[in-house]
Write a protein that binds this ligand. Structure first.
Ligand SMILES: Cc1cc2nc3c(=O)[nH]c(=O)nc-3n(C[C@H](O)[C@H](O)[C@H](O)COP(=O)(O)OP(=O)(O)OC[C@H]3O[C@@H](n4cnc5c(N)ncnc54)[C@H](O)[C@@H]3O)c2cc1C
Length: 404
């Protein structure tokens, strides 16, 4: 019996090495500068596009991998390089996942490439769900989508908050309420095509970490989009709404939640890459730095900290790989996607904090990268479902009850 295996295939090993090298040569050396500038790193994303790491082909190939592992292996390496630049490269993936998760094959073919542009003319995409008054509580979106039958157009109005690539994106995927009484089940996803009138960037947020990633408000004022921009199509939406109106609120998935469920192990892999970066740095440092006449790693307090760090890192990777595999092979049974994201993000915050401790005073300064890794790790316990929301999802899955 040799069915169970954690071995990556040759393609995956090659991709892992290739991205690692890009992280060493291009991402890491640029990390400090873009963190300080707090601007979107267009030149680095262009470099990634030139080698085929940023683009529709890469994302489609990674998504199509039947083992589910290629994407998370790739992300771990990228975020090992830097999380802010990693997010700049991966942020469009959320818009692509929103289109792939809710759209028809034709809509995917039309819009996903426009989230990336070409190597010579790089573009980004944005996935707009959260609002000033609705982050975790995505069933209470205020952004409205109203159908104008005479013109076969949808009209969107509302404000989206904390949107990655918001306002700088070529394609914005917007989740809006069509029938607010149905809460999350009355929502639909729409593509707002490039240069559509009425969509504008609100405030750009200044952030604690992942500062190279652009995060902003997106304001939608009488945004008119053609009927074909409703992901999944009108017939499917009408049938779905009729079903929920008859059957109450008890069944069916919310479009935003479907996207987030699929991308959770990937977010876990981001946190994992950051944690591994900090662990490796702290391990090397602990072997070099001397206190009381010996390398600090010879003090059990430091050696045990490092032993705990690598154990937690490896445990997170196993949860992420399991969830990624399950997502492609039969689906989650006990919210394994949430388990992986929850564990990896909390682990990353703890491991990066331990790394600062191991570096002592140097670790607290911006001359060394570990304080940046700690700031970067923290976002993972907040976006795409906070740690509390992940626990709620897991609790509901294991109990079969609507734990509040
Ligand atoms: C850098 C960054 C990038 C982002 N990118 C995007 C993006 O691209 N697209 C997008 O749509 N959104 C994005 N977000 C938004 C993000 O997903 C939300 O911030 C997140 O979901 C939390 O929502 P909130 O901020 O409204 O917090 P709240 O929902 O107000 O939560 C506040 C606190 O209350 C807790 N809480 C809430 N409800 C419960 C409950 N039922 N039980 C227990 N605890 C609860 C939360 O866990 C949290 O600790 C981004 C955010 C940031 C900071």
């Amino acid at each position: 019996m040799t069915d169970f295996s954690l071995a990556l295939n040759d393609d995956q090993l090659q991709i892992k090495d290739w991205i690692h090298q890009f992280a060493v040569d291009t991402i890491r050396p640029a990390a400090h500068e873009w963190d300080e500038k707090e601007e979107f790193p267009w030149p680095i994303v262009q470099e990634a596009a030139k080698i085929g790491l940023y683009g529709v082909d890469f994302i489609m190939n990674a998504m199509a991998d039947p083992s589910g592992l290629t994407m998370v292996v790739a992300i771990e390496e990228m975020f090992w390089g830097d999380a802010g630049i990693g997010m700049a490269i991966m942020g469009s993936g959320l818009a692509a996942a929103g289109i792939a998760g809710n759209g028809t094959p034709e809509q995917m073919m039309e819009w996903v490439p426009q989230c990336y542009g070409t190597a010579d003319d790089v573009k980004v995409g944005a996935f707009c769900v959260s609002e000033p008054d609705a982050g975790s509580d995505v069933s209470n979106l205020r952004t409205r989508a109203v159908y104008d039958e005479a013109n076969d157009e949808w009209v969107l109005n509302g404000t989206k908050a904390w949107i990655t690539n918001g306002g700088i994106a070529n394609v914005h995927v917007v989740v809006a309420a069509v029938d607010p009484e149905l809460k999350g089940r009355g929502q639909a996803s729409f593509v707002v095509p490039p240069n559509t009138k009425g969509l504008s960037q609100g405030q750009k947020y200044l952030k604690h970490g992942i500062r190279a990633s652009h995060t902003a408000e997106v304001v939608l004022e009488d945004v008119r989009i053609p009927g074909r921009c409703l992901l999944g199509g009108k017939e499917k939406l009408d049938a779905k709404l009729a079903r929920y109106r008859e059957g109450g609120l008890s069944s069916g998935k919310q479009p935003a939640m479907a996207t987030f469920e699929a991308t959770r192990p990937a977010v876990g892999a981001q946190a994992l890459g950051v944690a591994r970066a900090a662990y490796e740095y702290a391990l090397d440092y602990a072997k070099e730095r001397k206190a009381f006449g010996k390398p600090i790693i010879m003090h059990q307090a430091i050696a045990f900290k490092l032993a705990n760090m690598i154990t937690q890192i490896d445990a997170a990777r196993l949860l992420i790989w399991r969830a990624s595999w399950l997502a492609k092979n039969g689906g989650y049974k006990n919210a394994e996607g949430s388990q992986s994201k929850y564990f990896a993000s909390e682990m990353s915050v703890k491991v990066t904090e331990d790394a600062i401790q191991i570096l002592g005073g140097y670790g607290y300064t911006r001359e060394y990268p570990v304080e940046r890794w700690h700031r970067d790790a923290k976002i993972h316990t907040i976006f795409e479902g906070t740690s509390e929301i992940q626990q709620l999802v897991i609790a509901r899955a294991i109990s079969g009850l609507r734990v509040e």
